[in-house]
Design a protein around this ligand. Structure first.
Ligand SMILES: Cc1ncc(COP(=O)(O)O)c(C=O)c1O
Length: 423
């Protein structure tokens, strides 16, 4: 039966080759930008295979291992066959309640575990599916950039678009909040059709910037005035090295328009376990819960039980992890500064974000990253991988012990000195 031209589904994408011979023959895949990190990763794999000692500070993949009491809880429940069945897509009640209690105790925020908390398969999956749940075709999301890659891909996957606004620091490790929110208002004024949402993430990956006091109050106000939903990815909630990073939900009335994502990956070194949460505005939480109910059956139940245990048990392990990253940040900052590379000390996160130094200023970040791998045996993430606004910088992930970071600093120092002498 032929489809009448006006029927839904009648507008087709441009003809694709048939039969497909490459994944790029499918329109959504073909339109994806090149994966910038792939080239450095491939070169790293070659060098490791050749037996070279490569110090990999590329991906923000925690190395510290999940604390023993969390692992034990998972193992104990993994033995019980009643936990081997499908679980609840939105997460078991005990875990949702654990998250609600965590927000009450930590931030003084009241959450209803039934309607204002949903468990996600990590914050990344949660952000991606929230976009699918809330965006209509052509809806724009305002995104401070550079940005964590899924923040710019997820709206596009969902048929929407991204309006980047510049993310700048104040030189003290805080975002220049007023400039950022002025840019958000300007984007709302000039957009052809009103944007739908503002997607923030502080402490920020890759820039390490933190939200200054009062920032979220003004962000909520700006979003209300411009009828924007506010989505806050709070993956580095526990990694402030001075003042504690604030939650957007601490702003009175924020729940009317905002949700926040929390992740177990970084705070509890549970990156491989895949547990995160979306909390706050019940309409958005409900939309995500609904779409997830079509897509997944929930996380392996022993993992959910162990995650609930992590939230309820003593939090010393979180403080230890934060202190480890703080020590590593100091070690690498010191090492790079001694090498003649004056990197800014991060106020938060598990990264250092550094402008490319002399004599390489102006070198594309991907070429600079390849050079560091070739000449120093150190892997970093090229800034352009976080969007064009990240060009001119590289990111170091603090996922090696302090002595290895010092070694990385020393190796880079030798390369910079040689290059300066030759320049
Ligand atoms: C800002 C941000 N959000 C989310 C994630 C991923 O979190 P999860 O492991 O919970 O999916 C990361 C990981 O690097 C991140 O930097």
């Amino acid at each position: 039966m032929s489809v009448p031209p006006s029927a839904p589904g009648a507008q087709s994408t441009p003809a694709s080759p048939w039969p497909p011979t490459s994944s790029a023959d499918f329109p959504r895949i073909g339109s994806l930008p090149a994966y910038v990190f792939a080239q450095v990763n491939a070169e790293k794999a070659e060098r490791v295979a050749a037996g070279e000692d490569v110090i990999d500070l590329g991906m923000g993949n925690p190395d510290l291992g999940t604390p023993g009491h969390i692992v034990e809880e998972m193992v104990a429940h993994a033995r019980d066959k009643k936990h081997h069945r499908y679980s609840a897509s939105r997460g078991i009640y005990g875990l949702r309640e654990g998250m609600a209690d965590h927000y009450r105790d930590r931030y003084g925020v009241q959450l209803d575990a039934e309607t204002e908390v949903v468990v996600t398969i990590g914050a990344k999956e949660g952000v991606a599916h929230l976009m699918l749940a809330i965006l209509g075709a052509g809806d724009a999301v305002i995104l401070p950039s550079p940005a964590y890659p899924i923040h710019s891909y997820a709206p596009r996957f969902a048929g929407g678009s991204v309006l980047p606004v510049p993310l700048q620091g104040d030189g003290q490790g805080y975002v220049r909040g007023d400039a950022l929110l002025d840019a958000v208002e300007a984007a709302c004024r000039t957009a052809g059709r009103p944007p739908k949402a503002l997607l923030l993430s502080f402490p920020n990956n890759p820039t390490t910037l933190q939200a200054p006091p009062g920032f979220f109050e003004r962000a909520v106000e700006v979003c209300r005035r411009n009828r924007l939903l506010l989505i806050h990815d709070f993956a580095y909630a526990d990694f402030g090295f001075g003042d504690d990073p604030p939650s957007v939900l601490q702003v009175p009335g924020a729940k009317d328009i905002a949700v926040e994502f929390f992740s177990m990956s970084k705070s509890y070194c549970m990156a491989g376990w895949r547990v995160g949460f979306c909390v706050g505005n019940p309409a958005m939480v409900g939309a995500l819960t609904r779409i997830k109910s079509y897509l997944d059956y929930g996380i392996f139940q022993p993992i959910q039980i162990a995650a609930a245990h992590a939230l309820r048990a003593g939090q010393e392990c979180v403080a230890e992890t934060r202190d480890t990253y703080r020590g590593r940040a100091a070690a690498l900052t010191e090492g790079l500064r001694a090498a003649g590379w004056d990197v800014p000390a991060p106020r938060a996160t598990m990264f250092i974000w550094a402008p490319i130094p002399a004599p390489f200023v102006g070198t594309p970040s991907i070429e600079f990253a390849r050079m560091l791998l070739r000449e120093a045996g150190v892997v970093v993430s090229p800034g352009v991988g976080f969007g064009p606004e990240g060009e001119g910088c590289v990111r170091f992930a603090l996922i090696e012990p302090e002595e290895r970071l010092r070694e990385a600093g020393a190796r880079i120092g030798r390369v910079l000195r040689r290059a300066k002498a030759a320049a």
